[in-house]
Design a protein around this ligand. Sequence first.
Ligand code: OOG
Ligand code: MG
Length: 258
Amino acid sequence: MTDHATILHTAQRTAVATAQFGGPDLLDLAGAYRVQRRLIDLRAGDGEHVTGLKLGFTSRAKMRQMGVDQLIAGQLTSAMEAADGGSVRHTALVHPRVEPELVFRLGRDITPELDPQSLANAVDGVAVGLEVIDSRYTDFRFSLPDVVADNASAAHYALGLWQQPEQSLANLGVLLEIDGRIVETGSTAAILGDPWRALRSAVSHAEQYGIALTAGQVILDGAATSAHPFPAGSVARATMSRLGSATLRMSAGSGGRS
Ligand code: OOG
Ligand code: MG
């Protein structure tokens, strides 16, 4: 039987959805994170390198939308990064959605058991991110272990301009626009009450699962709002008060990145 990681890897590479594996009886959370690790190994085998970590379900809006109740994490790779103002290809994705993200950049390697202040000092930039998620499962439906195995639906991300990290991030207005129309509004307060708390959760997760967090890597804090469908030919933009914005176009073409 083909293993879970290979099935998900193939679904991602071919942009053809696959059936859910099922609930905790079939795949438990620990097993799901092992699948995720193997999936990242497969991507590394294709020449991609890890660029950071993403959190999922740090806001109630996201938990409610997807019917899950626990924070998860996935790994980001070089192939997922897109330029701000650039585009990603619809034909390479199954059923993409887009969401606003607050993003931290690490200025140095994270060592275990860093106290919150040292961790804050290790951050050398914050930016608005736009994340494209794309579940590899039919109808964008999954159990918690399913979505963990599928690397938290990670597909693409774009980053706006880096800003100094010292400011409070606890209550910034968040907007998501598609083709200039506002489709979601929220506040960074929705991200575990404070995005810095989400960063600490990311560090705990990395420690627990033996994931290295190193200088230059980015951490996506988890969307403050629900995700929105991202149709071919449209432009998405995420904006946060004081921090700026990030933009991506979903190209309809099947050629290279355009
Ligand atoms: C899983 C990814 C969740 C977030 O920001 O909460 C996520 C999904 O919704 O498919 O990226
Ligand atoms: Mg997200």
